[in-house]
Ligand binder design. Structure first.
Ligand SMILES: *Cc1c(COP(=O)(O)O)cnc(C)c1O
Length: 394
């Protein structure tokens, strides 16, 4: 179906085409050319990370993190169930077991109060996901990780340039991963990055990313030929993709400002309607300067969520739910047949509906969405069922 207003639309506003042309004529189409190096430098300087390595996806950056942590059969990693499959798969590929922890009722981020009791002597890492680019409670998570001597890898697919208590997301853990998939704030179609804050991972990360060879050292003149030195794979994006990404990164302030404008406009325009209907709008905990990656409504029930989505569809607007919780998916049930109880995760995933939000959505188009939502008055009961009134917030 063709929607008048789709949920997402890739958007290019800057010099993307010009840069693709430059990459083509420069005669270097494989990875780690001029544009890749400009993107990495921008991350390293702006975020102040030790190393930024562009990858072919956030999934691949997560796989690199799992390789760098030397995870093996029997190890455990702690993560939310309310996330994309790659957050778990990357570690399962190494034989590690995912241990799912419930989410906070306000931000839908991993509930830091529940992490310690999920830890065992086999726990090797905590993988917080900054949902919607709203920071997890990184003080508590990092303190727990250092107390138990486990690594933190931030899945920051949503939160590039967002901050927690004044510090960029992606700079708290030993490593962090970014996504430049076409659904994210900054896009090159398919792409990602591994941000490294702990120096000890840098050298091996370069090797793993380059098929297990010391090719990077060779190009820096540190060895006179390159060869096979470790396990690895091919995680470099082509220069064409890096050229697109660099154009997007150059427009980062414009992109962020536009998303903030749209996000805040949804919030202020839908406030009264939501209060009347007893529907919850996003709640941002104190100290989170977020990336405005998603705007959602938390409806009163699954039936009401489906009814609003169906109504919007009749208006040509695509609104979508989000993750099927990993613990209740087919794969999740096979991995741990003893079903864990994650009440907030189940509650939220049944009721969450995301509204169209993308770079390039005009105010006029947004008004169409707002008017349509406001005209939906449901026959479903409201009020008592709101997430934060059932579950306590930290
Ligand atoms: C999109 C996403 C990923 C995967 O990103 P790719 O670049 O498509 O591999 C991983 N984690 C989260 C939380 C995501 O939203």
């Amino acid at each position: 179906m063709n929607y008048v207003i789709p949920f997402n639309k890739p958007h290019f506003s800057g010099p993307e085409l010009e840069y693709i042309g430059q990459a083509l004529t420069a005669g270097h189409l494989s990875g780690d050319g001029e544009f890749t190096s400009r993107c990495s430098k921008l991350f390293e300087e702006e975020l102040n990370v030790k190393k930024a390595l562009l990858t072919t996806s956030c999934t691949h950056a997560l796989e690199m993190a799992a390789l760098l942590l030397d995870l093996k059969e029997g190890d455990e990693v702690i993560l939310p169930s309310f996330t994309f499959v790659s957050t778990a798969n990357a570690f399962i590929l190494r034989g590690a077991k995912p241990v799912f922890v419930d989410i906070r009722p306000d931000s839908f981020n991993i509930d830091e109060r529940l992490i310690e009791s999920a830890m065992t002597e086999r726990t090797k890492a905590i993988i917080p996901v900054h949902y919607g680019g709203v920071g997890c409670n990184m003080e508590t998570i990092c303190a727990l990780a250092s107390k138990h001597n486990v690594a933190v890898v931030e899945d920051n697919a949503h939160g590039l340039f967002a901050k927690y208590k004044g510090k960029y997301l992606g700079t708290f853990g030993a490593m962090a991963t970014q996504s430049f998939h076409e659904t994210k704030n900054f896009q090159c179609g398919e792409g990602g990055a591994l941000l490294i804050n702990d120096e000890k991972f840098v050298e091996r990360a370069e090797i793993i990313r380059e098929k297990g060879t010391n090719r990077k050292k060779f190009f820096r003149g540190q060895v006179d030929k390159y060869s096979w030195v470790d396990i690895g794979s091919s995680y470099l994006p082509s220069e064409i993709l890096s050229a697109i990404l660099f154009a997007q990164l150059q427009s980062r302030n414009k992109i962020q400002t536009q998303r903030r404008g749209l996000w805040e406009r949804y919030l202020s325009s839908l406030k009264d309607w939501a209060t009347t209907e007893g529907i919850r709008l996003p709640q941002i905990p104190q100290g989170c300067d977020h990336s405005h990656h998603v705007f959602y409504l938390l409806m009163n029930s699954l039936e009401q969520r489906e009814a609003l989505a169906a109504f919007l569809k009749t208006q040509g607007i695509l609104a979508v739910h989000h993750y099927v919780p990993l613990h209740s998916s087919k794969m999740g049930r096979e991995l741990s047949p003893k079903r864990c109880e994650l009440p907030v995760t189940d509650f939220v995933s049944d009721r969450l509906l995301r509204l169209p939000l993308y770079n390039g959505l005009t105010f006029e188009q947004q008004d169409t969405v707002i008017t349509a939502v406001q005209s939906f008055s449901s026959k479903f009961s409201s009020g008592q069922d709101s997430c934060t009134s059932i579950f306590a917030c930290p």
